[in-house]
Design a protein around this ligand. Sequence first.
Ligand code: SF4
Length: 410
Amino acid sequence: MLPAGLPPEPTAARASLSAEGRKRLFPNATDAEWADWRWQQRHAVRGLEQLERYVPLTSNERAGVQETSALFRIGISPYYLSLIDPEHPFCPVRMQSIPVRAEARIRPGELADPLGEDKTRPEECIVHKYPDRVLFLALDTCSVYCRHCTRRRITQGGVAELSKEQLRRGVDYVRSHPEVRDVLISGGDPFMLSDSRLEELLAPLSEIPHVEMIRIGTRVPVCLPMRVTDALAKTLRRYAPVFVVTHFNHPKEVTPEAREACERLVDHGVPVENQAVLMRQLNSDARIIKELSHLLLRSRVRPYYLHQMDVAEGCEHLRTPIAKGLEIIQQLRGYTTGLAVPHLAVDLPGGGGKVTLQPDYAVEYGAQETVFRNYKGERFTYPEPEETDCTCPYDGVWQERAPRYGYRKG
Ligand code: SF4
């Protein structure tokens, strides 16, 4: 049975989206070629002339491609290109892959490194900002170069894959920092590495006793789902717990191919979570976010974060007011399954870290009771308990005994 609030399964009409585009744009591609991620990469669109062969560009887009050419590269896989609406410049796939002129404008206050990552980068491939986790930057390559990418200082190229020596130094850094229990591998897109190269990274990291989990940030299930092969999923499963954090931003991206890629990971025991970015005129509407969440849940992907756009160079035109994100959450909370409501997060400019926001449902705080409004605006009172001592007397005992039974000290 579907969770409450989920509308019925969409019909087969969605199945034709990429097939239709493929027939129109790549009529000579064989099924085997289309399903081969390396063929997709070899045939990715990487410049204006090529792009104009496939999509009738608006003057804004044509100027955007020209004016951003020195700032950030273009790369669109044939699969992702096949999802573009050739007739509408506000098609969400088009907006995420084809630049417009506004992207070339860098406004005062916008940052090349909006999250202040380079300030906490003890190794070329390591960002160590939070106490118990690190970001491991494995390469600079992606399946599609997103126009909203806020790490373009890295993904604009020039680094490619890190050398074995750089990777070794990164692994050594993690090994020599016992406080690190969580490693997030990102880049670029780690799934653009070959399975064996990915394994060269996963194997030594998972052998480090204090590394309890590995996360991989990837947009491959969205932009290049054929890369998610059984062999890749099996590789990830070998190093469990490995969590895949993907990046769907619009329901249009949740195609049958994308869904199959996510389900393949989950079927192999690899949990998948989604981090969406809120973008003005692309997905800045509660209806769209709700539809996206529902499609993700059906694909067994948990909608995890909805990110406020970072204050990054060239992204002003995509930023939404903070109030819009809050309004969206307010329109979801209570109206649909709790699992379908992502955390609204702001990554503070300059490296302050993530904070989460939600509409304020508490109306009055008192010693005896707290008054709330619910999602419909009705008032309810929560009585405070008489006893307020919240210490946990057993915890000292547990902390002493836990290591004996193989638990790590918390
Ligand atoms: S896949 Fe991620 S890292 Fe790569 S261009 Fe898109 S947003 Fe940037």
